[in-house]
Design a protein around this ligand. Structure first.
Ligand SMILES: Cc1cc2nc3c(=O)[nH]c(=O)nc-3n(C[C@H](O)[C@H](O)[C@H](O)COP(=O)(O)O)c2cc1C
Length: 193
């Protein structure tokens, strides 16, 4: 079993990455393979509504040729998906939303692609907007027939400057619990048929 975590932050190895790594560590402890994919510095264009995914139904976005395609391919191959984003203006980053729109539309064209995969959102926030951003990610999971584990709090960590989320003990604990619950759930729904 494999979980791929996507970091939609413009800042590589920043607060969102720290939170995602914390979840991934718990998954590895449970014997689940993990990968962190960071979008910082990469091009992830928004959906162009070309509708080619609806014609081809091949689990791919063939209307664009950018890093977003690599992310869709990785999500297709994974058993579990984590989407992490910092809060930008009370929502996810533009790259995260572009990925959500494209993965979501490819998933609509191929309903079996994401069905019963386990998904979790993770948010880094300085002050406000985290729950709204988390909701944005969950909208993708719930319309894609995915299964979403909970944690001991909403999946967020508080930090402004890069690295400062490491001082948010409660946020880190929330990530640990999320990782354990995600592993627990994945072991029980591994038969997606
Ligand atoms: C363009 C931009 C917009 C932001 N908007 C918000 C916001 O609405 N609310 C908030 O609490 N923090 C906001 N922040 C701060 C980031 O969410 C915060 O620093 C976060 O920890 C960054 O995570 P990262 O290191 O993974 O990029 C914003 C930062 C940027 C660059």
């Amino acid at each position: 079993m494999k979980v791929v975590a996507f970091n939609g932050s413009a800042r590589k190895d920043g607060n969102t990455a720290i939170l995602l790594e914390r979840v991934l560590e718990q998954l590895r402890l449970e014997g689940i393979e993990t990968e962190l994919i960071q979008m910082a510095g990469k091009k992830v264009h928004g959906c162009t509504a070309c509708m080619k995914c609806r014609e081809k139904k091949d689990h791919r976005c063939s209307g664009l040729n950018d890093f977003g395609n690599d992310c869709i391919e990785a999500a297709d191959a994974a058993d579990g998906i984590i989407i992490g984003s910092p809060v930008y203006f009370a929502d996810v980053t533009a790259e995260t939303k572009a990925f959500i729109d494209r993965l979501g539309y490819v998933g609509r064209a191929n309903p079996e692609m994401l069905r019963r995969k386990v998904g979790a959102g993770v948010i880094a926030v300085r002050r406000a907007g985290a729950v709204h951003a988390l909701d944005t990610i969950n909208h993708l999971f719930f319309i894609s027939e995915m299964i979403v584990p909970g944690s001991s709090y909403w999946n967020l960590g508080i930090g402004g400057p890069a690295g400062s989320v490491a001082d948010d003990a409660e946020g880190l604990g929330t990530m640990d619990t999320l990782g354990r619950n995600m592993a627990w759930l994945m072991k029980r729904v591994s038969d997606r048929a």
